[in-house]
Design a protein around this ligand. Structure first.
Ligand code: AOF
Ligand code: ZN
Length: 367
């Protein structure tokens, strides 16, 4: 398999390229494509905003004189079908690409091997290489929606040194501005962001991405609000632009009608035996909406529930070097989250220095 010397170089390139558009390709995965000829990169492409054009189309479109002897490196099997976009497999055939190296098969039932068959049937040499695991990080949400019937779920935590996630009295922030900016990048690369009602009542968050140049990358906002307590004058309601979903167990009320008239999506969800909204129903709704990446931003009760149900892929844990001065004790759900942080169920993947803060990225151990 490895007689092509630079395969891993080109494929690594395509995989890194694809990570650029994660969370911004709508229901589509963010795919990367590198076109090489005579061992040199001729062109590159990534799936566009909201899923169009596809990566292969972008890469091919950039080339004025298409050279002979080209190899295309794609992180996902080129599509065989015509959907919102034309078929990439057909395009590669038309351009007489000699060889296609693929990191992952596309589990979409419309494709699922048919792209590979089509290429081979037209004389294109296909190598399905061993990059499955590295490429998965880009396609994780898309594949999870097909295989697990729910999005990729990641959690963001901000805590003091001792793990307390509630700000000191009279304070708004636990972490510094670098942590918060990084938090906004996370908002920009997720399709949706979820908070519990207590976070809305305590913090009145906007949940937007407020970084210059990335403001239009704000995610869809979701509130878990069993008893429909979301205030009419909360920022999320006041500034909603058909981008707010409230999951609740209240079926009808005047306030619900008012919210719906404002374009807010209020969805009835059953309660479980503990009196909490059924997470399965919520996730099934998000799956049907093709939300690929969901970020949970608190509070710790909501976050630890998802972690305990083994639904979480990544935990982004921002922590300050300082302790809460009154050294308050951790509540039950903070304690649960802190246990997870050092448990063998998660691996510390990265630790990023943010001056007097740090960001630890934990990944769930899959096998
Ligand atoms: C590719 N290259 O860059 C992506 C692919 O409705 P459409 O035409 O946009 O097709 C959507 C499907 O195409 C999507 O569900 C997934 O199977 C595949 N995504 N395929 O060849 C790409 N993003
Ligand atoms: Zn395609």
């Amino acid at each position: 398999m490895k007689y092509y010397q630079n395969d891993s170089f080109f494929m690594d390139y395509a995989i890194r390229l694809a990570s650029r558009n994660i969370g911004n390709t709508g229901e589509n995965p963010s795919v990367g494509c590198v076109i090489a000829s005579e061992n040199k990169i001729v062109s590159i492409g990534v799936t566009g905003r909201n899923g169009s054009p596809h990566a292969e189309f972008n890469a091919i479109n950039n080339i004025k004189n298409f050279p002979k002897n080209t190899t295309a490196y794609v992180t996902l099997e080129p599509c065989s079908h015509i959907g919102k976009n034309p078929s990439c497999a057909k395009l590669l055939i038309e351009k007489q690409v000699k060889r296609v190296v693929i990191a992952q098969k596309d589990p979409n039932p419309l494709v699922n091997g048919k792209g590979i068959e089509l290429l081979k049937a037209n004389g294109v040499h296909v190598d399905l290489e061993d990059y499955d695991k590295i490429a998965l990080k880009n396609h994780y949400g898309f594949i999870s929606n097909i295989k697990n019937k729910h999005p990729e779920i990641n959690v963001k935590v901000a805590s003091y040194k001792n793990g307390l996630t509630i700000p000191k009295k009279g304070m708004t922030w636990i972490t510094n501005h670098l942590s918060r900016s990084y938090g906004h990048i996370l908002r920009s690369n997720h399709d949706a962001i979820m908070v519990g009602i207590n976070t809305v009542l305590a913090d009145n968050p906007s949940l937007d991405c407020r970084l210059n140049g990335l403001k239009d990358r704000s995610p869809i906002k979701i509130i878990i609000d069993t008893n429909f307590k979301t205030p009419e004058d909360s920022k999320l309601v006041k500034y909603s632009k058909n981008d707010l979903i409230i999951f609740t167990n209240i079926l009808k009320s005047k306030k619900i009608s008012q919210f719906k008239n404002k374009g807010i999506n209020v969805i009835y969800i059953n309660k479980n035996e503990k009196g909490f909204l059924e997470i399965k129903e919520i996730l099934s709704f998000l799956n049907k909406m093709s939300i690929n990446r969901l970020l949970i931003e608190g509070g710790s009760t909501l976050s630890s529930t998802f972690v305990e149900k083994k639904l979480v892929n990544l935990i982004y844990w921002f922590s300050s070097e300082k302790n809460a001065s009154e050294d308050k004790l951790l509540n039950k759900s903070d304690k649960k989250l802190n246990k997870i942080r050092y448990s063998h169920k998660f691996l510390l993947k990265d630790c990023i220095n943010l001056r007097d803060n740090k960001l630890e990225i934990f990944s769930s151990k899959k096998d």
